[in-house]
Design a protein around this ligand. Structure first.
Ligand SMILES: [Zn+2]
Length: 475
């Protein structure tokens, strides 16, 4: 028994014999080991070696509490018996990764810094869409400090110790140097005693317990856990977000972390962040309705799908406190000509119409397309095109159906509008692949999130800082 006890004591200090306490990554590595995020079945980390895609995904999967149960995956080169199969499949389902075009995952391939940045960006919802913007997100959040030459070094292979450091910083902002916490959200405790821990799992030690009704400020989420401080800044730690009623912080003493901090050693004065889209009303236009079923196929009516997606879009916007208006929120018929009129009466800022496509011959069409108007009647040509590009891009990314592109057309609701207007065709109702997704609540939610991400990208392209809203899209 004594032997066991002394082993445990040693383990708490140095988990890996090749990462002694004076190693540059010791703190971060030991933090991850404590929570079981690093695999401690071996007593060596091999800190200077490269890391495989399978290992990297398992680590980020454990960090964000994905389901690691070994099971069949969608990748031809990851068998159900592979020890990382569960995390790889879960990471795929959560859109951390999509694999290669030939249906493989390449589990043994080494991970570059750029790939790692994109993986972290997706797992932690930074809103990046490519390695360039992911690198930038990591730099601005002080998760990465670059290579010292001002470059991120996206093509270089990442060392295992560095990967651990990046993951630890993404999880726990106290490992980031010069980072100013942002509190885009707050959460009211809904449990009678909510435990605050040193890391995002029950394997981490307990710091405090907070009672029902207590308000916690949230810096970011790690899977279903949240990094929080209490309103008096008396503690800092992690709680399960299932026991929080989460709302956006308006004027809650947050600062913008996306700007490089010119002087990281001086604490910056907190300045209130107001909802950047508080005065932008989003008009959502679910097509058809009532006597007008829209397209029909695979046992579904277009009018029902687009209403459901429209309501989901509004739910996401509500979560961000972004004003919105649905041209119809029930199964009622609305004339085409009335839709732009409603949008104008509502003083909408942009107009997003939601439809489902259909081809003359079943199974002959597939994929996503977005329409805008490029003529003289609605003067917002450039903005409409930009909005179409932004929404189309996100729909294709989230939905993983064919990209049919954006199209300048003369659709009534776009042409006779008085604001930037687009019409998205989410997929083909009479194609079995598209229809399977259109039928699924999960994929409809993804559609709604994609539309909102596209809307945020549009405002971002218009130089409005919406960075505080991206983390609110997926929950
Ligand atoms: Zn339609």
């Amino acid at each position: 028994m004594l032997g066991t006890f002394s082993n445990l004591t040693v383990k708490a200090e140095t988990t890996f014999v090749d990462v002694p306490n004076n190693h540059r990554a010791a703190k971060e590595v030991n933090f991850l080991a404590e929570g079981g995020i690093l695999n401690t079945s071996s007593n060596r980390l091999n800190p200077d070696e490269t890391i495989t895609r399978a290992e990297a995904v398992s680590i980020i999967g454990r960090a964000t509490q994905l389901d690691g149960t070994q099971r069949q995956t969608k990748f031809s080169d990851v068998q159900a018996s592979a020890k990382e199969a569960g995390y790889i499949q879960s990471a795929y389902e959560k859109h951390y990764l999509s694999g290669y075009a030939d249906g493989t995952f390449k589990p043994e391939q080494k991970v570059s810094r750029g790939e790692m940045a994109l993986l972290i960006s997706r797992a932690f919802n930074y809103g990046a869409t490519n390695t360039g913007s992911a690198n930038q997100a990591l730099l601005s959040k002080k998760i990465s400090t670059g290579l010292g030459n001002g470059q991120f070094g996206g093509n270089e292979l990442i060392k295992r110790a560095d990967y651990a450091v990046f993951i630890a910083r993404a999880i726990n902002s106290s490992f980031r140097s010069g980072y100013t916490k942002a509190f885009p959200q707050q959460g009211k405790v809904t449990a009678s005693a909510l435990t605050v821990r040193t890391g995002p799992s029950t394997q981490y030690g307990k710091i405090a317990s907070v009672g029902n009704g207590k308000m916690l400020k949230i810096d970011h989420f790690v899977g279903t856990w949240a990094e929080v401080v209490d309103d008096k800044n008396s503690f800092f730690g992690f709680v399960s977000s299932s026991y929080l009623a989460i709302t956006p912080t308006n004027g809650g003493g947050a600062t913008d972390t996306n700007q490089p901090d010119p002087n990281p050693t001086t604490p910056t004065t907190p300045s209130p962040v107001l909802n950047p889209l508080a005065n932008k009303k989003i008009i959502i236009d679910p097509g058809h309705g009532g006597k007008d079923t829209g397209a029909i196929g695979n046992g579904m009516n277009e009018k029902d799908i687009v209403l459901d997606v429209g309501l989901k879009v509004q739910q996401v916007l509500n979560r961000m406190s972004v004003p919105s208006y649905l041209t119809r929120s029930t199964n009622v018929f609305i004339e085409l000509k009335d839709r732009p009129i409603i949008a104008k009466q509502q003083k909408g800022d942009i107009f997003v119409s939601i439809h489902i496509n259909s081809s003359a011959k079943p199974e002959s069409g597939t994929g996503i397309e977005t329409h805008y108007y490029a003529g003289a009647t609605n003067p917002y040509n450039a903005q409409s095109k930009l909005l179409a590009q932004c929404i189309q891009k996100r729909l294709v990314e989230e939905w993983k159906l064919a990209d049919r592109g954006i199209h300048p057309t003369n659709l009534y609701v776009n042409k006779y509008n008085s604001m930037p207007a687009v019409l998205a065709e989410l997929g083909f109702i009479n194609n079995s692949t598209d229809a399977a997704k259109l039928k699924s609540d999960y994929w409809r939610q993804k559609d709604a999130e994609a539309i909102v991400l596209g809307i945020l990208d549009y405002y971002k392209a218009n130089k409005i800082d919406v960075s505080s809203l991206y983390p609110l899209v997926r929950q």
